[in-house]
Design a protein around this ligand. Structure first.
Ligand SMILES: [Zn+2]
Ligand SMILES: [Zn+2]
Length: 339
């Protein structure tokens, strides 16, 4: 057997020797390819779906699909170097590795790659105020202006979960959030994500969750619903101070059903129903005062009343093992109590 073109008796690829084969145009990449990139979030169009992917990887796919090849070429593997993000056409030197028989031959080709800015489904829904659910995060007795401070931890959970879900759920965004009396409303693109967030907050805080659909109108003759998910945090939180049976207690934990209290004068723990009417709020954790310690012994601690600066002797809570320069105090029934 010899090469049909030059008569060489070297190893043949089909009917041609290597030299003659390489003199032919083995592959024909597309004249140009277009990579559509979301101008807001950077997602890239892959076929008909927006994906979190690198523009380079999508370019490789498009090149692979659009390249015509000579019969001897079994397969072509493209690699595309870094693509500049600016919109417009870029001449990019790409490498194709061709498999012919058992050999691999590498060829460089300049390809015209157009970066076209677009707006992905997620971003266009987001800018169009799309939402499937409203998470109503609530805690009793707070004003709208305090909501972000009071609910800081829960807010972090909401934002972090939206971030985490965004790689797998293109509706995982928060269209808007507003501070309202009693808490925060989150308008959420994905009902599935809204449910996941509510479930997480319930697991972490003992909140109660109540989901209800509300009719918001009709589209093409079909009723349209959006779901409200009420996430109600326990009114009492760890560290709050209450009076129970007219004695001062610190809240150890609380959910919508059960509250665990610690008596500050004897350290005893009691479990009560969260709606027990004998329990009255004394101080939120954040409102607990600090008082300067003058002296203390086994059972008492003398402090300066933070309001009058008079020295007063208080009963020392038995669970306070070490007394520093300050102790935390609350005022209940006109008297100061160390907690
Ligand atoms: Zn030849
Ligand atoms: Zn986007």
């Amino acid at each position: 057997m010899f090469c049909v073109q030059c008569g060489s008796e070297e190893k043949l690829y089909g009917h041609l020797c290597r030299k003659c084969l390489l003199s032919k145009e083995l592959i024909m990449p597309p004249d140009r390819i277009v990579v559509e990139v979301c101008r807001t979030c950077g997602r890239v169009m892959d076929g008909s779906v927006w994906k979190n992917a690198l523009p380079e990887d999508i370019a490789v796919k498009l090149l692979g699909a659009g390249t015509r090849k000579l019969g001897q070429v079994r397969s072509v593997r493209w690699s595309v170097p870094y693509l500049p993000p600016e919109k417009g056409e870029h001449r990019v030197m790409c490498t194709a590795v061709l498999t012919i028989e058992d050999d691999e031959i590498s060829q460089e080709r300049e390809v015209l790659i157009r970066i076209r800015p677009g707006c992905c489904t997620s971003c266009s829904r987001q800018s169009g105020d799309y939402y499937e659910a409203v998470i109503q995060l609530r805690i009793e007795g707070i004003a709208a202006k305090d909501a972000l401070v009071e609910l800081a931890e829960e807010n972090v959970i909401v934002q972090r979960m939206a971030e985490e879900h965004s790689s797998s759920d293109e509706k995982a965004f928060i269209t808007k959030q507003s501070l309202v009396k009693g808490g925060i409303d989150y308008y959420v693109g994905s009902l599935a994500m809204a449910r996941a967030i509510a479930g997480k907050i319930r697991a972490l805080t003992g909140a109660s969750v109540l989901e209800s659909p509300s009719l918001v109108g009709q589209k093409d003759g079909v009723d349209m619903y959006r779901n409200s998910i009420l996430v109600k945090l326990p009114a009492l939180r760890e560290g709050d101070v209450v009076a129970y049976d007219k004695k001062v207690h610190v809240v150890e934990e609380s959910d919508s059903k059960v509250t665990v209290l610690k008596n500050v004068s004897n350290g005893q723990i009691v479990r009560v129903r969260s709606d027990d009417p004998r329990m009255k709020p004394v101080s939120k954790f954040r409102d607990i005062r600090e008082a300067v310690v003058v002296t203390h012994d086994k059972t008492t601690v003398q402090v300066l009343d933070p309001d009058s600066m008079a020295a007063v002797t208080l009963q020392k809570p038995p669970y306070l093992k070490r007394i520093g320069e300050h102790v935390q105090v609350v005022r209940y029934d006109g008297q100061l109590h160390a907690v």
